[in-house]
Structure formats: C-alpha cells, structure tokens
Design a protein around this ligand. Structure first.
Ligand code: GDP
Length: 445
C-alpha cells in the first residue's frame, strides 16, 4: 500500500536530506512537492493544506539538533505529522464486546469487502481473544451473499445463523440475538446488505436493524482504493446511521492511500482495521505509527533524528543540573521546569523522574497544585523583569506588588511561588552534594 505516495515523498526527501544546510526556500519547495504528492494520492484538499501548514509551522522554530541535517529533521516532522493525521483512537483494534452477546453491525457498499471483513474479524476475535462468535447475513436480496458468509464460516470454524428463506433483515437480526443468547455466544456479527450506491432503502434497512439490536459497534467497510469516494461514503453512512469506526479494505493494492489520511480529519471517525488481501488472515489493526512509516519509508532517518533529539535533551538537562547543583536555580529555570511539568502531565510526572523528589511532589499536590496553578505561576514569572528572573533576591515589597498586579494575582500568590522556588533551589543543592554524580546521573535518565 501507499507505494506511489511513498515513492513520491522519498524522492522529495532524498533530495532534501542530501543537502547540508537548508534554506527556508528549500523547505518550502519540498513542502510544495509534498502537497502535490498528497493530492495525487487523493488526500482531500483541506487535509493536505492543513498538513503542510502544520509541518511548516513546526519546521520553523525547531531547535537545531546536532548530528542531523535540517533535511533529516524535516523528514521527522513530516513523519510525526503523518502520525497525528492518522491517529484517531488510542486502541483502534479494541472492539466494545463486553456484555455478551455483543452485537456488531457491519455496513458498507456492495463489493467493499464487507462479508470478507466480517469473517476476518470473527476469526480474529475467536483466535486472539478466545471469543465465541456467531455470524449472520442480513442480505435478503442476494442469497449468494448469505451462502458466501456460510462458506467462510465453515472455513474459519465460526458458526453462522442457519439461513431461513423469506425473513426480513430485522427478523434475522432478532433471531441472531436470540440464538446468541441461548447458545452462549460472546458476540454476534450482523452482515447487512450492500448496494452499489447508497440509497434510501439500504439506509432504512440498516437503521431498522440498528434500532432493533442496538449494536455495540457499527463498523463501516470501505474500499481503500476508492480514495476520496471512500471518505464521502463514510461521511454519508455516518450522517445517516452513525458508525463507530471504519475498516479500510484493499490496502494491499497499489493504493494511493489518500483515504487513510483524509478519513479521520474529514469524518471524525477512526480507522479501526485495514484489509490487506483476500485471505482470512489479511487484516490488521490500524496502527498510525506503522502506516506513517510505510508512507514515508524513511524509518532510518526518523530513528536517527529521535536519537539525536534524545541526546540533545540529555545534554540540556545535564547542563541545567550542573548549574542547579551550584545553587544557580533562578526564575527562568523554574519557568522551564513548570513548562516541562505542563507538558508531562503535572507535578507528579516530573518529580517522579527525579529520585528523592517523590515526597515533595506529594506535598505540592496536597497543597492543591494543579495545571491551573502552574499556568498562574508561569504568568507571575512572565511578569518579572529579566533582572528579577535572573536574581530573585531583588524582589522586595514594591517589586512584588508590581509583579503580582501585572499577572492579575495577589502578592500572597507570588510569595508562595518564591517559597517554592527557594525549596526547590535548596533541594537541588543538597542533591548535588549528596550525589556527586551518581544520583544526578540517575535523574538525568
Ligand atoms: P461485499 O460485497 O462488501 O460483502 O464484498 P466481499 O466481501 O464479497 O468482497 C468482494 C471481493 O473483495 C472479494 O473477492 C474479496 O476477496 C475481496 N476483498 C475483500 N477485502 C479485501 C482486501 O483487503 N484486499 C483485497 N485484495 N481483496 C479484498
């Protein structure tokens, strides 16, 4: 999958990464080419536009990392942006199948791979999660479709609901539910009828079945080869019957892959699985990381830049720690620390990484220290002059008043901040004396 897009992008980036220094113009030219590549891969225009905008923003103002070229850094940014664009759900492969028997409704156009996907998923649920699955075809217009599911069921060793001629879809769905309850099934999967186009009858049928069984998941199967059409189909299905996720099939084809990139951005619905062939095993959980890797095909460079960034951060941390242990912990440092905390999910995160600080983290938390407090504290520091930040000893009454007023807070708030700063500075100094390296090194990891 993604061969074309992948080829185009690697062409762009090969040129980019071979250059030592990059000018803004180089990056802009490269991104223009990326944009064209995305559009050729049938990524929708607004999605491609946002993608490029976001990459451009991140590429400017990037900390320069030693040992990688700017071009390589751009590759990494594009890679991360691909992941961000593709990511829809933390754990897309996890289906809501508690409270047995859990109904899963499968919807989609005829030929999208709906029946095949139903069986693939049933097999997966049976083999990977040890679930007892019942499958039922609701395609009353096409007896062949019912038989197809039955044949697949035999092939994968999953039960299908016996076919009874003349029943309507809702009756079949209810019969499936009854049989699933009586037979001790964990899951029953309902393979609804497909049409070549979305029409009122198809939608009504799916809606009736939905109302009758109240599915835990409604999975829309769409043909990944159809690019933006797949996204349009998903939008329409979601509007009319509501879907909980998308399965993109035929991603083994020479796929332009645009559907994968546009799907979540346009429909807001996560891709849950991708179909990768006709065989019953040919299905995978949708993993943005892996897909981004395939699209870009530059795993080596991404790993290189990640490594270099780690080294850079470690160096920065080491330099900072050296200063702290000498008692040079000023307001700028405190601000950096507070911002880090925000990034890492609060006090607990950062303190947890520094041995010996666990206790303090607890105290701080008990004092009602949360992200809002952090934001307010950063505002206080921002209200200080450069000189004051570098040397908090300057802060006497009149300065304090000015600073607190500037941040729209009370002097007592500022005093709390200053107290915390003193405590932290003391602690850093002590840690430096105690550890002579050992502890500090640990803290750095
Ligand atoms: P339905 O009409 O939506 O139920 O579609 P089917 O399940 O009958 O699939 C139509 C055709 O597509 C069959 O020949 C399947 O084997 C094939 N198919 C389904 N999923 C995939 C896939 O992920 N990759 C490929 N290459 N073929 C698939």
């Amino acid at each position: 999958m993604f061969e074309n897009l992948s080829e185009r992008l690697s062409g762009v980036f090969d040129r980019l990464t071979k250059q030592g220094a990059l000018s803004e113009e180089d990056v802009r030219t490269a991104l223009r080419e990326v944009r064209v590549a995305l559009l050729e891969a049938d990524v929708s225009l607004p999605v491609a536009r946002n993608f490029i905008k976001s990459v451009e923003k991140k590429a400017t103002g990037q900390a320069v990392t030693k040992s990688v070229t700017p071009g390589q850094q751009v590759v990494k940014i594009v890679h991360d942006e691909l992941i961000a664009t593709l990511t829809g759900e933390a754990d897309p492969g996890k289906l809501k199948i508690d409270s047995p028997p859990a109904p899963i409704l499968m919807v989609g156009l005829q030929g999208s791979g709906k029946t095949t996907t139903t069986a693939k998923l049933a097999k997966r649920l049976k083999e990977r999660e040890g679930k007892k699955v019942l499958m039922a075809s609701l395609d009353v217009n096409r007896p062949a479709a019912m038989e197809q599911l039955q044949i697949l069921g035999v092939q994968i060793g999953v039960d299908t609901l016996p076919i009874v001629k003349g029943e309507d879809p809702v009756t079949i769905a209810k019969r499936a539910r009854t049989q699933a309850s009586l037979g001790g099934y964990d899951i029953y999967m309902l393979d609804t009828a497909g049409r070549l186009h979305i029409d009122a009858e198809l939608i009504q049928q799916a809606a009736d079945v939905r109302d009758a069984v109240n599915p835990r998941e409604t999975l829309l199967v769409v043909d990944g080869l159809t690019g933006q059409d797949a996204v349009n189909v998903a939008t329409e299905f979601d509007d009319k019957i509501g879907v909980s996720g998308v399965v993109l099939t035929r991603m083994d084809g020479d796929g332009r892959g645009g559907a994968a990139l546009s799907m979540r951005a346009i429909t807001g619905k996560p891709i849950r699985f991708v179909g990768l062939g006709e065989k019953m095993e040919a299905i995978e959980t949708f993993e943005p990381q892996r897909i981004a890797g395939r699209i870009l095909g530059m795993g080596d460079i991404v790993a290189l830049v990640e490594k270099a960034q780690e080294v850079l951060e470690a160096e920065q941390a080491e330099r900072m720690m050296k200063r702290f242990t000498k008692g040079q912990f000023n307001m700028n440092d405190l601000k950096t620390q507070l911002e880090q905390m925000q990034k890492m999910g609060g006090m607990e995160g950062i303190m947890g990484m520094m041995p010996g600080m666990g206790k303090m983290a607890k105290q701080v938390q008990e004092a009602g220290f949360d992200d809002k407090v952090i934001t307010r504290q950063i505002a206080l520091i921002q209200s200080m002059t450069k000189k004051e930040r570098a040397n908090p000893a300057l802060l006497q009454a009149s300065r304090k008043k000015r600073i607190a007023a500037g941040a729209g807070q009370d002097v007592s708030d500022l005093n709390k901040l200053l107290k915390m700063h003193r405590q932290m500075a003391d602690m850093m100094k002590k840690m430096g004396k105690m550890g002579k390296g050992g502890m500090m090194k640990q803290a750095m990891r």
